[in-house]
Design a protein around this ligand. Structure first.
Ligand SMILES: [Zn+2]
Length: 90
């Protein structure tokens, strides 16, 4: 399970270990259970992209065009400056 919410200013980013500023959007995922309670990991979106670049790029460059079409996906991929396994060059 993954999601996005707004930081209350207490959680730390799993990537850079810095506090995620209050009011800032953060990415989270459920990482199993810890003593019977759900263990949630928070990330700055950019930190998650840096640490999981291959899988994020694959999802955006391969899966997104399937969902919304090549023409709609292309400007998003270019705007994110994603290079690698996409078929728009780069
Ligand atoms: Zn971070």
């Amino acid at each position: 399970m993954i999601g996005v919410d707004v930081s209350k200013g207490r959680g730390k980013c799993r990537g850079c270990k810095q506090r995620i500023a209050k009011g800032e959007k953060r990415f989270w995922y459920l990482g199993g259970e810890y003593y019977g309670r759900p263990n949630i990991y928070y990330w700055h979106p950019k930190c998650f992209l840096e640490h999981n670049r291959k899988v994020v790029i694959d999802i955006i460059t391969v899966f997104l065009p399937l969902l919304i079409g090549d023409e709609a996906a292309k400007p998003i991929i270019i705007a994110l400056n994603l290079t690698g396994s996409n078929h728009f060059g780069g």
